[in-house]
Structures are given as structure tokens and as C-alpha cells.
Write a protein that binds this ligand. Structure first.
Ligand code: DAH
Length: 347
């Protein structure tokens, strides 16, 4: 504006200037209008600056009053500008909201759901199968006593079979269980046959290779009654293998030794990839090792106060990773436990 400046030697009419500024600020319709008005009054070359610059030409007794008044007007104009800016912003915000309606009843975009770990799928599959045969599912502690893990299973401290197990010792007479077999002892102690149970669970051994992990999973099976035979064992394991690996699956029982079974066998299933011709998966043998089994040793029954004259039982213990690796064509056991999402998403 700048017109209507008072002559240099008479005091400027600051009230009139303030009134004009207030009206123009109120009339500004957007941020750029407002910036222009502000520059006109408060800018370096604006009206208030001109007044301040003109002070030197006033009579000395007027200078202090005019200077103070000009500064006070500056402060007021600044406040009006800020208040107007806030009002303009909230108006444009409200306008934007009114234009963009939000329908809170629309369904959300949804996350990407995860899926069960392949080991969980396997364990559930195994449990399903045995529940169907009337077996119960039992558990035992992973930190186990030496008594349950070894002694009661016919492996006293000096027994050479203990060396096969690469045990992690914990404190005193406790170990990380090296197999699920100690749960046989827990299940039979204080109970009487008939017993039919499986024990899926983690076990630990000091061992590491593409096919071995220091933590892995087994499923133990135990059936004790008056007329249980090795034939029952074979029947159950055949049905189990065919459930997991297909109706044509063949099994091979190899005579073996475990302190807690007599007789004992190691168990292989026919490689489902080459049907026994030999391939990389089965190391050209046509068979894949699966676990151990046998008839429960009479001494083990006696250790649990089950009468070996009256009762017999069979037991088995299978590794669970082998089957999962086969199902998904995994070359290394580690891939199941590293928790690498890029791997898990493919399974
Ligand atoms: N506990 C044995 C192991 O981990 C496997 C095993 C063999 C379990 C024979 C059994 C059995 O129940 O009867 O090496």
C-alpha cells in the first residue's frame, strides 16, 4: 500500500495502518494471499519498516513513543497473520476430509496369513494316524534324569551303548534327553497295561552334519498288553509308513541291538524317489533309514513294576525330519530350523 504515509515530520497514523492491515488479513483467501499481505506490512520494505525508518526525522520527544507504537502494531499484525493462517489451514483440511469420505464398514486389506511349519504338519499327521489306532499322545520333559534317559532303559553308567548317544549333560544327573524312549519309563511307572501311546518330541545330541542337527524330533511308540507280538509291531509300522509315504511303501527290518528291546531291529523304508533303484536321496542304496524298534526288554518292564511274565510289548522310535525332508525335497536338515522365511514360504 504505502500510500497515505504521513509527512516525514508528523507522527504516522499507526492505528489507521493497523486497521487496514487487519481488514486485508481477514480478506486473504489462501496462503499466498496471506503471504503477500504480510510482506506488504511486515516485510523489509513494508509499511511498518518505513515508519521505523522515518523515526529519525521526527522531533526527538516523539521518537520513543512512535517507535514503541510501531513495534506494538508489528506484533499485532503478526498475530493476526498467524491466526488467519491457522484458520485457513483448518478450513482446507476440513474441505479435504469432506471430499474424501471414509467408509469404515469396508473390509480391511488383510495381512498375508502364515502357514504351519512342515514339522508341525508332520507331527499332526503322525498324531492323527495313531489316534485313529486308539493310541494316546503323551509327553515328557526335555531335561531328563539320567535314570529315565539311561538306567531304567537298561543302560547303566558303564554301558557302552551310552557312548552312541553323544549326550549333552546339564547339571548333576540331568541330561537333555537323547531320545524319546525315557517317556516309555514315565508312561509305565505307576500304571498297568494295557498301554498304547506315542510320544512325539524334541531330542538332543551332540551331532551336526547336513543330515543331523543337535536338536531333532522323534516319535516314540509303545504298546504293552498280554498278547503283543512282533507281528503286531510290523503291522502297525507298515500301516504307519504307508500312511506317510504312500500305499506301496515297503519296509525293511534289519536285526540290530538296543539295550531296551529284545529282539531289536533297525527299520528302513524303500526310497520313494527311485523305488529302490538307487538315487542321490538314498545314497544309491534304495533304502532310507527311519528308526529303531523291537520287543520291550523284560528288564525294562520290571523296572517299571510291570510283570514281564504276564505282559509283553513292542516299542519303536522314528526320526521325524527324514520324512519331512523327503516330502519337500530338502537337502539339509538345517533348512527346517533356521527359520529363513524365504525357505519356509516355499514349503
Ligand atoms: N531310542 C532309540 C534311538 O534314539 C530308537 C529306538 C530304538 C526306540 C528301539 C525304540 C526302540 O523304542 O524300541 O536311537
Amino acid at each position: 500500500m504505502g500510500q497515505g504515509q504521513p509527512p516525514a515530520d508528523s507522527p504516522p497514523d499507526l492505528e489507521a495502518l493497523a486497521a487496514r492491515a487487519e481488514a486485508e488479513i481477514a480478506a486473504a483467501e489462501n496462503a499466498s494471499d496471506l503471504n503477500a499481505v504480510r510482506a506488504q506490512y511486515l516485510g523489509k520494505k513494508g509499511s511498518v519498516a518505513q515508519v521505523l525508518r522515518g523515526i529519525g526525522t521526527l522531533p526527538p520527544e516523539e521518537r520513543g513513543r512512535v517507535g514503541q507504537a510501531a513495534n506494538a502494531v508489528k506484533v499485532r499484525i503478526d498475530e493476526w497473520v498467524q491466526a488467519r493462517r491457522t484458520a485457513l489451514e483448518s478450513a482446507s483440511h476440513a474441505e479435504a476430509l469432506a471430499g474424501r469420505r471414509l467408509d469404515v464398514t469396508l473390509p480391511g486389506a488383510g495381512g498375508s496369513p502364515g502357514h504351519l511349519h512342515p514339522m508341525t504338519v508332520m507331527i499332526r499327521d503322525v498324531a492323527d494316524f495313531f489316534l485313529g489306532l486308539g493310541f494316546s499322545i503323551e509327553e515328557g520333559p526335555e531335561v531328563e534324569t539320567e535314570y529315565h534317559n539311561f538306567d531304567a532303559l537298561n543302560m547303566p553308567a558303564d554301558h557302552p551303548a551310552r557312548d552312541m548317544q553323544d549326550t549333552f549333560w546339564v547339571e548333576g544327573d540331568h541330561v537333555l534327553r537323547t531320545h524319546t524312549s525315557p517317556v516309555q519309563i514315565r508312561a509305565m511307572t505307576g500304571r498297568q497295561p494295557p498301554l498304547r501311546l506315542i510320544v512325539p518330541g524334541r531330542v538332543y545330541r551332540h551331532d551336526m552334519s547336513p543330515r543331523h542337527s543337535p536338536m531333532f524330533a522323534q516319535v516314540e511308540g509303545l504298546m504293552v498288553d498280554e498278547d503283543v507280538t512282533f507281528g503286531d509291531l510290523k503291522g502297525v509300522l507298515y500301516a504307519f509308513a504307508r500312511h506317510l509315504f504312500g500305499d506301496d511303501t515297503e519296509l525293511r527290518f534289519r536285526a540290530s541291538y538296543f539295550p531296551f528291546t529284545e529282539p531289536s531291529a533297525e527299520l528302513d523304508f524303500r526310497c520313494p524317489f527311485c523305488a529302490g533303484d538307487g538315487c542321490a536321496t538314498c545314497s544309491q542304496s534304495g533304502w532310507i533309514e527311519w528308526g529303531g524298534c523291537g520287543m520291550v526288554h523284560p528288564q525294562v518292564l520290571a523296572n517299571c513294576d510291570v510283570d514281564p511274565e504276564r505282559y509283553q510289548g513292542f516299542a519303536f522310535g522314528m526320526g521325524l525330519e527324514r520324512g519331512v525332508m523327503l516330502r519337500h525335497g530338502l537337502p539339509q536338515i538345517r533348512l527346517l530350523y533356521d527359520g529363513d522365511v524365504r525357505v519356509l514360504e516355499q514349503l
